[in-house]
Design a protein around this ligand. Sequence first.
Ligand code: ATP
Length: 447
Amino acid sequence: MTTLLIYVKNNNSMNDLMEKIVSLCKRRGVIFQSSEIYGGLANAWDYGPFGIELKNNIKQAWWKANVHNRYDILGMDASILMHPKVWEASGHVQNFYDLKSDCKSCKKRFKTEELKDKHKCPECGSELTEGRQFNLMFETYQGAVGDAADKIYLRPETAQGMFVNFVNILDSRHPKLPFGLAQIGKSFRNEITPGNFIFRTREFEQMEIEYFVRPQDGDKCYQSWVEERLKWYIGLGIKKDNIRKREHGKDELAHYALACTDIEYNFPIGWSELEGIANRADFDLKQHSQLSGKELKYFDEVSKEKFYPFIIEPSAGVDRSLLAFLVDAYHEEKVREETRVVLKLNKGLSPVKAAVLPLLKNRTAIVELAKKIAGDLKKDIYAVYDDTAAIGKLYRRQDEVGTPYCITVDVQSLEDKQVTVRDRDSMLQERIGVDRVKEYILEELNK
Ligand code: ATP
């Protein structure tokens, strides 16, 4: 009865897939264009009721795997605004540039490194300006005066907030090497070529770990984080064929990195970075020591030595991960000559775990029972009650946001005290006693 429509990954169908995902996100309240009623702000997006649930579930899965389930990583949350010297020490003031070229005729702007012909506009063929340096940091002013002395930046990465707190963490929690810090938060980059939905935006969220190790353990630790992070995505359902690692060549490495590997995902725009894992050596702690005048060394109580630990940094994007999970989960199936769109998300990531649907919304007893079941489920999982359409439509809407279980209350339920539980993937329906519904769903979710 069910036939899978498999996407052939040529460019057309992949872009078609991106369009389908953008449209599903709008239609179902996952992601909206920012400020749409004013014509929209380009490349800025708002997460709707289901989008925020999915995003929170991704962040929680990351936090659980990297903070709560480990003994060696501590969480923190630094402020977005930091002392401007931080960005001198990190190299962002001096090095965080892209070259941009502008078309003299159509005025379009391009990232110089992405141009095949550095002098000719790829859109209209006219002459381009020479590549000009463009710092990617957003500048702003602190306080009322707004002169140059008050200039600060919106952070372009969360990492620095963890480096500058290194001594605070040592003094307050006394961790021993190797140990890590983890943080999730917003970052801002004035990207020259944002686009491709939430893949590249100017405001985005990162999930970063700074893992401090003895210098001699740096390389081994870096290699093991690459494997660890790859496993995390696969464990949450990303298909092995759609994810790979790519080590940077020496000429590609950032100024602070000894080595770097990207975890790439096969996005509709082609294989692109999902997460970067870098061996930053002792660059950051040394730099901050020099500029702040505070010693940021680790004291080893056994050898009585003081040294700068190496830092291994797995740095992932929340929004890019969310896009990868959406792309990977998107399925179209033919069911009785109709196309069923379903997000086969990992159940733990699904925005809603169960939807309770009354078959007849004008029968008070049915509505009351359905609301009671939903209320009871809500104590343990995120469940919704929905009576805004006929049952077929309600099933389709829940399939499109990846809800694993739909529970339908019908006339018979009032007599036999049973409801129908429908499985998202198999579409099989089972009659379950009302008093067993919660136990059944919890068991299924934990399988
Ligand atoms: P890219 O090469 O795509 O610009 P990057 O190498 O500059 O990325 P990092 O500085 O390593 O990115 O940041 C770590 C992660 O943060 C990236 O792997 C990505 O998931 C996310 N990220 C970085 N820039 C953006 C952006 N503009 N929009 C959305 N996510 C981003």
